[in-house]
Design a protein around this ligand. Structure first.
Ligand code: TNX
Length: 489
């Protein structure tokens, strides 16, 4: 029989864990689940989970030993993700003021249960967890432009990340190599730049239709993941210019690019057609996106003169607000005067950044994604067959053992909306490649975003992630068996 799990053997580590070995709960032969009426959906997910693990029928009944309770006020305040999990000899109780909180409680409970069907007795460790996140934004990013991943693959990735309480998925939808989202009124974007031969080395064509995107947004929302769509501009736009030569300075056609160079393409700041295009894209994207954020890129605009960059951003950033959205941009945008609600995302490796510090002092929230800690496309070590190394090698301890509130002078805890781990796909060719680069490092970033700072430490994470290995295996998820970890069999 597998060893009894400890109540705190969960990633991310909960905010408060009080074990009580006198309260261990033996799952009975006749399991039943009770729920308050508004918690039906999570109750059904719990029934499914228990059926899968016990292999036995699970009923819905009053007075069931598993209880899913929606109670208290769901005011959508900062505690909307808070939940409690109580395990005693008689019952297992999930408690929250929102369904999102109950969903997160379920993710915790899942890690305390076996991953696979178990015929022997299953015992849950007694005690009580009271949990809530450190940061509201805990994200990861997939680059669909350098290599497209199909909706089914993205859905499976969402299923993998929600286990770690990741709640935002940023999709990098456009770049020099490809344009991956259908935009009404601009059909050539995807007909031409989503088609055959697009992607790095021409490997990775494809795009999301407007319908597929809507479906994906809905799938993510049902798992409490907000999609953050990115249209990268004014640089990284070669694919748009291939489809519509009117977007180049002289209107002459440009050829498709499948190399991994950056910084050579730019929208034209002093051409009205640019802004007609950008406003159409932002309006359509805002209409398709229920979440609060639109990411407008803004990185590596090396061929946009600084004054043009300023002019462009000053016109484009307010368009997000005009269509009801809050703009996020890579932190280069902090070089210009930002609208009050704009969110810079720090991605570089330098120890300080004046623009981001100034934005924080002006009251802007910041997303922290330093490449030398949080980039999932950096190699783990010099043996890693995939990935890049411009920000250095990023092993698992390196991705865990840092704190976002210490990363940039002038950008402390109060300025942080949260953390994000981007995954660029120049070297990736399959969803298994994505998983290999993401796991276990995304689990580290998830814990940084969720767990109170003073509770985190590497030896504890190292042990818990080692114990998670067989779960990934059972889920069919590829992960890097880093030699930094003692992997359980
Ligand atoms: C820099 S990070 C980029 C991307 C590349 C990435 C590769 C950022 C905002 N821009 O265009 O894909 O490096 O690591």
């Amino acid at each position: 029989m597998p060893a009894l799990r400890q109540l705190g053997d969960v990633i991310p580590l909960p905010a408060a864990v009080r074990p009580d070995s006198a309260g261990n709960f033996r799952i009975p032969a006749d399991v039943s689940v009770t729920a308050t009426p508004a918690a039906e959906d999570i109750a059904e997910q719990l029934v499914e989970l228990l059926r899968r693990v016990t292999g036995r029928p699970v009923s819905r009944a009053d007075g069931g030993s598993f209880r899913v309770l929606l109670e208290g006020s769901d005011d959508n305040g900062p505690l909307t993700e808070a939940y409690g999990l109580e395990i005693d000899r008689e019952s297992v109780t999930l408690r929250a003021a929102s369904n999102q909180g109950l969903f997160l409680a379920l993710q915790t409970l899942r890690q305390l249960l076996p991953e696979e069907r178990t015929t022997g007795e299953i015992i849950l460790p007694g005690g009580r967890i009271d949990d809530q996140p450190r940061f509201a934004y805990r994200g990861t990013m997939l680059d669909l432009a350098r290599h497209f991943f199909a909706p089914a693959e993205i859905r499976s990735y969402i299923d993998s990340i929600v286990q770690f309480k990741i709640n935002h998925l940023h999709l990098h939808l456009t770049d020099d190599q490809g344009w991956r989202l259908e935009i009404p009124g601009w059909p050539r974007l995807t007909e031409v730049s989503g088609g055959a031969g697009t992607g790095v080395d021409g490997a990775g064509p494809g795009f999301l239709t407007a319908w597929e995107y809507a479906d994906l947004v809905e799938y993510a929302a049902s798992r409490y993941v907000t999609i953050v769509p990115e249209i990268d501009m004014p640089g990284h736009v070669n694919a748009a210019q291939v489809a519509y030569p009117e977007l180049t300075r002289d209107g002459n056609p440009v050829g498709p690019r499948t190399d991994a160079e950056v910084g050579y393409s730019s929208l034209v700041a002093d051409k009205e057609r640019t802004y007609e295009f950008v406003e159409d894209v932002i309006r359509e994207l805002a209409a398709m996106t229920p979440g609060p954020y639109l990411h407008i890129g803004g990185d590596e605009a090396f061929s946009t003169p600084p004054e043009d960059y300023r002019v462009f951003m000053s016109r484009v950033l307010p368009m997000a607000g005009k269509y009801g959205k809050q703009p996020i941009g890579w932190h280069e945008m902090a070089a210009v005067d930002l609208p009050p609600n704009a969110i810079p995302q720090y991605w570089r490796i330098e120890p300080a950044d004046d623009g981001v510090a100034r934005a924080a002092a002006d009251g802007h929230q910041v997303i922290m994604s330093p490449a030398d800690r949080s980039y999932l496309d950096m190699k783990y070590d010099d043996q890693t067959p995939l990935g890049l190394d411009w920000a250095g090698l990023v092993g698992v301890e390196r991705s865990y053992d840092w704190d976002p509130a210490d990363r940039l002078p002038g950008v402390g805890e109060e300025a942080l909306l949260g953390v994000e781990a981007p995954l660029w796909s120049e070297t990736l060719r399959s969803i298994a490649d994505v998983q290999f680069m993401a796991f276990p490092r995304l689990a580290a970033i998830a814990e940084i975003g969720w767990t109170p700072r003073e509770r985190r430490n590497w030896p504890s994470f190292r042990a818990r992630v080692g114990a998670f290995g067989p779960r990934w295996t059972a889920q069919g998820v590829t992960f890097h068996r880093s030699p930094e970890i003692d992997w359980a069999e």
